[in-house]
Design a protein around this ligand. Structure first.
Ligand code: PRT
Ligand code: ZN
Length: 285
């Protein structure tokens, strides 16, 4: 049987979460000693452990069929691959930063300036579109020290909490683009591999649908049910089951984490009792 070959980051910020995602998709990978590649135990899949920078090229060439990496690397490498799904982890932003005591006056501030980055293509395209002339200094790493040592006037780098910038006496001037981990695919998969990708995608989406949501069960008096149903839209609509206790029903529904406590408070105001909140592992729509 044909296997689908997936490339994930060997060691870095996305490694653990990429493996976790496969686990959530029911795909068991044993990678005790971090080999170059390994077979999944219960899915026709071969896993390659690579540097994230190399993944777009391998996927373009078909050495790997699909891959997981930060979308920022996909933009920078400009390889002919398809982004098939955003994965909801590895979130960060690509930002321009300048020394903290500088007065930032807007994008024109950068005219004629030198900017250090590991993402020269992404940055070059951005300023080209804006019609602003900058000199880009390409660095492999430690971009945040470039202004301190006099190599550049500003930097363009990945930011998540912002603490690296602060530690290096910098401040974020502009956020250019937001990135997260994505699943990419080769554009010419065989029908068998395309079917395996579909299967994987279905599982990924079911997992993602359950994220940020809770299953809620509660009991309430029948006269309160219409008001409670309005608070709990559920997937289609909440399930309502009569209780053995006359005049009472049990309501089952799905709620999102976003307004979780507000909704719970409202439910209590409507006399909801025995409220049970259960995590959702997967949600098949
Ligand atoms: O060895 P390999 O080439 O595979 O790994 P790498 O060193 O190139 O990448 P790695 O593991 O650092 O990051 C992999 C991916 O994680 C990136 O391509 C991003 O898509 C994503 N990601 C998410 C991040 C961050 N958050 C992040 N904070 N990548 C890097 N950083 C760095 C950033 O470069 C800066 O130095 O963290 C620092 C900023 O963090 P804060 O929290 O201080 O703002
Ligand atoms: Zn890398």
């Amino acid at each position: 049987m044909e296997k689908i070959k997936i490339a994930i980051q060997k060691s870095g910020r996305l490694s653990e979460k990429s493996l976790d995602l496969l686990t959530e998709c029911g795909i068991r990978v044993s990678n005790g000693n971090r080999k170059l590649k390994t077979d999944a135990r219960n899915f026709p899949m071969e896993i390659f452990f690579l540097r994230d920078d190399d993944i777009p090229q391998y996927v373009e060439q078909g050495v790997a069929d699909i891959g997981i990496l930060g979308e920022n690397e996909v933009w920078e490498k400009e390889k002919d691959v398809e982004v098939v799904e955003k994965l909801g982890f590895g979130n960060c932003r690509l930002s321009l930063a300048i020394p903290k005591d500088e007065e930032y006056t807007g994008l024109d501030y950068f005219n004629g300036k030198r900017i250090a980055t590991s993402y020269p293509k992404t940055l070059g395209k951005f300023f080209q579109v804006k019609g602003i002339d900058v000199t880009i200094e390409e660095l492999g790493g430690s971009v945040e020290i470039a202004t301190g040592i006099g190599l550049a006037d500003g930097i363009f780098d990945i930011v998540s909490t912002g603490s690296t910038l602060i530690m290096n006496g910098l401040k974020e001037a502009e956020t250019i683009i937001k990135s997260e981990a994505v699943l990419i695919s080769n554009k010419n998969l065989s029908p068998a591999k395309a079917a395996l990708l579909e299967q994987l995608l279905f599982r990924i989406k079911s997992y993602k649908n359950g994220q940020g949501k809770k299953y809620v069960l509660l009991n309430a008096r029948n006269e309160e049910i219409p008001a409670i149903v309005r608070l709990l839209p559920g997937m289609r609509s909440p399930s309502i089951l009569p209780l053995a206790d006359e005049g009472w029903s049990s309501v089952h529904s799905v709620i999102s984490d976003d307004h979780f406590w507000e909704i719970i408070d409202e439910l209590k105001r409507h006399g909801a009792e025995g409220i049970l909140v259960v995590p959702i592992e997967k949600m098949i729509l």
